[in-house]
Design a protein around this ligand. Structure first.
Ligand code: GLC
Length: 399
């Protein structure tokens, strides 16, 4: 099998299967076996924009951990004003893959550092936590981590209340206090912040280290939660789509290699076709195959290119941004230890384009599933809606 463009019919099939799994995820009888979990978020309706005051915000879910101070105030013209100070902290490998205590102690340490820097350690601020993993919520400030994704592995967290883990770590330190008021997925945070600008934003999507979407669903069809009136935001966790074999005829030998050598084989199969955690690695596996067939680099790969993870996803964006003189491509390949010919550069670019185009098409099929579902539920012929989008791949990739 090779990398040819997916046909419209195939993408429609992906969309249909996604719609079916979404439906199964929402229903009590089929929720357990569905690959798309459709997790209720307890975010009932989007904010009015009348919330005012100082807040602390945490963001955990990619390669960095972010702490922010957010000031929301009244503004005469627009009705609100948001000011932020923020600080990034990189998460050491051992905190990601050690114990949950180690990870949350590190998080508490970062918060403590942030509060010191901004001289606000004495204040007990309300805290909102963007935690970008599958969480089964019992309320907006309570939910258990179902499973880690995207290379996180800290033991003792799965099956536990994430807000509890955070509160315990803050207590263990004992040098500051926080009032944890809400925990949301990054897709939900993206949807809400976009809603401040545009009241028709009812979908949030992330194409970054991982890939996922949320949207406003009719309460009466969210069977896992009581109540019939209004809408609730549902975190689809569509990255896990494919766990029931729904993607088998679309997955290629490269996808299988990337999956088998990942930290979570067999899981997040849809995400592995799309997101930044895997895109560079997919390209690397494709290139190695071409080298083995003596179609690239005179049939010789460098040791670095043979090393898992060496082809970073940002290279894909940079290579596709090359202006045409191949300089950028040449430089990247040189840092990977190969000296490419012009033809090699063109082939590498083509490999990147094939992988990223397929990612975009697959992701588009998922988004079409979400929006078509919303349109059908609202019995509308045409639905006009805004999608809030964020994530490193979305922001850095040129197309
Ligand atoms: C992974 C997580 C999901 C998150 C997404 C984007 O798919 O499971 O919760 O929204 O990555 O960060």
């Amino acid at each position: 099998m090779c990398f040819s463009r997916l046909k419209k019919e195939q993408l429609k099939e992906v969309m249909k299967r996604m719609m079916r799994e979404m439906d199964r995820g929402l229903r009590v009888e089929t929720h357990q076996e569905s690959s798309v979990k459709m997790l209720p978020t307890y975010v009932y309706s989007t904010p009015e924009g009348s919330e005012v005051g100082d807040f602390l915000a945490l963001d955990l879910g990619g390669t960095n951990f972010r702490v922010m101070l957010v000031k929301v105030g009244e503004d005469e013209e627009r009705g609100w004003k948001v000011e932020t100070k923020h600080q990034m902290y990189s998460i050491p490998e051992d905190a990601m893959t050690g114990t949950a205590e180690m990870l949350f102690d590190y998080i508490a340490e970062c918060i403590s550092d942030f509060l010191d820097r901004h001289h606000i350690k004495h204040r007990k601020l309300p805290l909102g936590f963007t935690f970008s993993f599958p969480v089964r919520h019992e309320d907006i400030d309570k939910g258990i981590l179902l499973n880690w994704t995207k290379g996180f592995k800290a033991s003792g967290a799965e099956g536990n209340n994430v807000v509890g883990l955070l509160r315990d770590a803050i207590k263990r330190r004992g040098d500051f206090e926080m009032d944890v008021v809400a925990m949301v997925n990054d897709t939900v945070a993206t949807m809400i912040s976009c809603y401040y600008e545009d009241r028709s934003c009812e979908v949030g999507m992330i194409v970054g280290t991982g890939c996922n979407a949320c949207y406003m669903e009719e309460m009466r069809t969210v069977e896992l939660v009581e109540g019939e009136e209004g809408r609730m935001c549902v975190n689809t966790e569509w990255g896990a789509f494919g766990a029931n074999g729904e993607l088998e005829e679309f997955r290629l030998e490269y996808d299988r290699v990337v999956d088998e050598t990942s930290l979570n084989p067999g899981q997040q199969l849809y995400e592995k076709l799309i997101s930044g955690k895997y895109m560079g690695e997919l390209v690397r596996v494709v290139l190695l195959k071409l080298v083995n067939e003596e179609l690239l680099f005179n049939g010789e790969a460098s040791d670095l290119l043979k090393t898992r993870g060496s082809f970073e996803t940002r290279y894909v964006s940079q290579i596709e941004s090359d202006s045409g003189d191949r300089k950028q491509i040449y430089n990247i390949l040189s840092t990977l230890g190969v000296l490419p010919s012009e033809m090699d550069c063109d082939i590498v670019r083509l490999a990147c384009e094939s992988v990223s185009t397929r990612a975009a098409h697959m992701c588009g099929a998922g988004l079409a599933a979400v929006i078509n579902r919303m349109r059908e539920r609202r019995s509308q012929e045409v639905l006009k809606i805004t999608v809030g989008v964020d994530g490193s791949v979305y922001k850095l990739h040129p197309w």
